[in-house]
Design a protein around this ligand. Structure first.
Ligand code: NI
Length: 188
């Protein structure tokens, strides 16, 4: 297994939807291992397969803090089956080195997926925790969606991207989220 090169924003394949996994084969186990090794090596919280140039519906994450034991989580063919509430989340991404911006996310989600052994599981992540936000962020990667597509303020996002020599926001990719916006305004 190996630490892989992470594709940077601007690479076209990051915008392509990933393929469903039909069998959790040795190839997929190796992919999971590479994703985990690469994520830990780069001090990331999550990493999706398309970020290392493999467009399969697989992502990993570990939201444990530094003083806690490692807690790798693997999601294969994930589906978000429930979502509610709204929060503002300040996010970055290993494909956008050092750039951070505020994005809209659901506060509560339920996700269904297969684990690294191909066993189905259902996970509820509520309260806008790091886990809740991270699952949504990684899940998006599998559909070619990037965190900046959810940005609250495009001009602020652009300023961040420019500062770290990344291409600007792709305006045609911005996602309208009236439901989340409404909820966030009500929360003020
Ligand atoms: Ni990311």
């Amino acid at each position: 297994m190996a630490i892989k090169n992470i594709l940077k924003y601007g690479t076209t394949s990051l915008r392509e939807p990933s393929k469903e996994v039909h069998k959790v084969s040795k190839k997929i186990s190796d992919l999971v291992q590479d994703l985990l090794e690469t994520m830990y090596a780069k001090n990331g919280v999550g990493l999706a397969a398309p970020q290392i140039g493999i467009n399969y519906r697989v992502f990993v994450l570990d939201v444990s803090s530094n003083d806690e034991p490692l807690n790798p989580m693997v999601f294969i063919n994930p589906k978000i089956i429930k979502k509610s509430g709204a929060i503002i989340s300040n996010e970055g991404c290993l494909s956008f080195p050092e750039a951070y911006t505020d994005v809209r996310r659901y506060k509560n989600i339920t996700v269904k997926a297969l684990d690294r052994n191909g066993r189905p599981f259902v996970l509820e992540a509520n309260g806008g925790t790091l886990l809740t936000r991270c699952i949504q962020h990684e899940f998006d990667h599998l559909n070619g969606i990037l965190f900046i597509d959810h940005c609250i303020n495009r001009f602020e996002a652009d300023a961040q991207l420019e500062k770290f020599n990344l291409p600007p926001v792709e305006v045609d990719k911005l996602i309208e989220e009236p439901e989340l916006e409404k909820e966030l305004t009500n929360n003020d």
